[in-house]
Design a protein around this ligand. Sequence first.
Ligand code: ADE
Ligand code: ZN
Length: 343
Amino acid sequence: MSTLNHRNNMNALELINNLPKAELHLHIEGTFEPELMFAIAERNGIKLPYKSVQELRDLYQFNNLQEFLDIYYQGVNVLQTKQDYYDLTWAYLEKIKADNVVHTEIMFDPQSHTDRGVKLEVVISGICDALKDAEEQLGISSYLIFSLLRHLSEEDCLTALEQAVPYKDKFIAIGLDSSELGHPPEKFTNLYKKAEALGLLKTAHAGEEGPAEYVWNAIDVLGVDRIDHGNRCLDDEKLVDYVVEKGLTLTVCPLSNLKLRVVKDLQQHPIKTMLQKGLKATVNSDDPAYFGGYINDNFKAITEALDLSGEEVVQLIKNSFSGSFLPDSQKELHITKINELIA
Ligand code: ADE
Ligand code: ZN
């Protein structure tokens, strides 16, 4: 790892530990640690199909996105009450406090709860109560992103969004996740039009397993304000130029990419190249309970694998604020604070 490569002598590792940062790509259902899953299953009288925490953890070996999603949706089934959603969210917030995260933009998959009969009100109020407590007790600000499941039909997603209208002030954007291949952005043209009419911002997973064409269409057809993942941008030089010109942020997830075999090893991870090409890459944990680490673990792993300099680490951290959905005045405050800390 690089050492002593920053002005005030903080090395890359110290910068990662000490600088405040934002997380922009996080699925709250993906923070469900096996210990908490077993505890919640027991209090809800649900029998999990695994004998122990260890047996469940041993299953976390994935060959692709779909193998992960099958286990992830199974875990979600345990969540039923407002307290369950509160506990899940609070556990994540306590974890990121230790990583010096001061702002987080959290996705949740409403359909994975409402399709089992859990009321949207229960899900949203449990999550939002924890977010409010985190603002007051941990000094962490947050936004919520209403993320639609792309393996379902556009009609299903439109119905879900319709049900969310009474709660629309609780979230800042819509997202699009789940199985990417075979479910291109253009399948959701009307959904994104509807979100825009509701005054919501827009993000979508694109170019994780899907081709560069999916990134083009997330931008040109859906009109996204941010791209989740975006790794496959690098397959297409014209697309790289286009994303740079538009100033769109990519929410990159290194340990997720490794666990889901989007990259063979972290030495081949594209994030350093992204920065060199002028893309606004950020570091995020995606589904940390499943992929072996929270945000600082991601920063450390990628810094070590790619020998990132202190300047590159600082750039990634500044990008996390400039690419957030915070108002410009708040972005500036966070970036000024970083400049003071590294001066
Ligand atoms: N849902 C949770 N994590 C995801 C990921 N990495 N890609 C697509 N959908 C997801
Ligand atoms: Zn994701």
